[in-house]
Design a protein around this ligand. Structure first.
Ligand code: GLC
Length: 367
């Protein structure tokens, strides 16, 4: 599947050659991990290709277009927005699997993270996003207070996406830096970034990145921990409202970086509980009892392989061997049953979205 979507000239895989015929940042990071698990050098090539569109400021765009595409901000050959910085973890995985990382790649990763820390930090020390796209979870119920519609409808969300782009403030390089309508510090984006800083500290032996990781983790715990759900919630900064606390799978990823073992355990235990995120072909993105749960609908309930993979990393951090085995098993079952789908129904494994989709190959990276 990865070979079928490999772009030899550009050295990366499109997530799906017809549905997603461009480069997406976090998808390519996950492809790199899958390639490496398959002992294929294209992992290193794909990870390096993520930085072809990096700007001198360090900003890494969420998409790079292979041909003319609808504009996502003032930049025309790439997106003006970013996406979760999975590249540091991908690089660390490659190194752990025996690849020597070129110096320029490690420096590009450091500049990418440094841009987030410089351009996107709140007074609380959290990182913020200025459009739902930047979370990777485009239509998550956590954005519903900003969208303001009674019922979820994908087409309506697309219309609001455009409206929110119109409210964004872009810097002199065409990069999104603020918004008059949507700013949020999401639990998952922050956890992935703190995890990335820790992985960069591992790669470079840098005490500064280790300290940045720890203080971001601390801010996540101080500001976002929600005792009532046993999860980390999002923090609305401009706009938004109660939807920021909806119990989605995003709320578990604080376990990647928290120092509180009890919190990590409470959050992770919800992955096997079928009243929460556990399911036959889990993980469900929302608990089935939640009024927004729709098991066949995009970011409203289905299981996503890249999130399963990150949940596995969180379980691994706490050395929860049985949780790791459960997540690897559920992911393999879902990937196979769904036909390597972009996402699938967590109860039946029915494949949804694009099929096949590159990041389903992450099953190869879960032993
Ligand atoms: C969808 C997903 C996003 C992903 C992209 C390409 O937009 O919401 O996370 O990067 O597809 O797979």
């Amino acid at each position: 599947m990865l070979e079928a979507s490999w772009q030899q000239d550009e050295q990366f895989c499109t997530p799906n050659p017809s549905v997603y015929p461009h480069q997406w940042l976090w998808d390519s990071c996950f492809h790199a991990i899958a390639w490496a698990a398959l002992a294929d050098d294209r992992g290193l090539a794909e990870l390096q290709s993520c930085f072809k569109a990096q700007l001198p400021s360090g900003f890494v765009p969420h998409m790079r277009y292979l041909r003319p595409n609808v504009a996502r901000g003032p930049l025309t050959d790439r997106s003006s927005f970013t996406q979760p910085p999975i590249y540091a973890h991908a690089a660390a995985e490659l190194q752990r699997r025996g690849w020597a990382l070129p110096g320029p790649l490690v420096r590009a990763i450091e500049r990418g993270l440094d841009w987030l820390w410089r351009a996107r930090r709140t007074d609380d020390g959290l990182l913020y996003i200025v459009h739902p796209w930047e979370s990777g979870a485009d239509d998550s119920p956590r954005w519903d207070s900003w969208i303001g519609e009674e019922r979820y409808n994908r087409r309506t969300y697309r219309r609001h996406d455009k409206r929110l782009v119109e409210q964004v403030v872009f810097d002199e390089n065409g990069v999104a830096t603020a918004s008059a309508a949507f700013i949020a510090a999401p639990a998952a984006f922050n956890a992935f970034a703190a995890h990335a800083a820790d992985e960069l500290a591992f790669l470079t032996d840098s005490p500064e990145w280790a300290a940045r990781s720890r203080s971001l983790a601390q801010a996540i715990d101080d500001v976002l921990w929600d005792e009532s759900t046993g999860l980390w919630r999002d923090q609305p900064i401009i706009g938004g409202g109660p939807s920021a606390a909806i119990p989605t799978l995003d709320g578990v990823f604080g376990a990647l970086v928290t120092e509180h073992g009890d919190r990590a355990k409470r959050a992770l235990s919800q992955l096997t509980d079928d009243r929460r995120f556990g399911a036959e072909y889990g993980l469900a993105y929302l608990p089935p009892s939640h009024p927004s749960f729709r098991p066949n609908s995009y970011w409203r309930g289905p299981a996503w392989p890249q999130l399963n993979y990150m949940a596995y990393q969180a379980a691994k951090r706490w050395n929860d061997v049985s949780m790791m085995a459960y997540l690897a098993h559920a992911t393999r079952r879902g990937v196979l049953q769904s036909g390597f789908a972009e996402f699938w129904n967590p109860r039946t494994g029915r494949g949804l979205g694009a099929r096949p989709q590159g990041w389903a190959a992450l099953a190869a990276a879960l032993p």
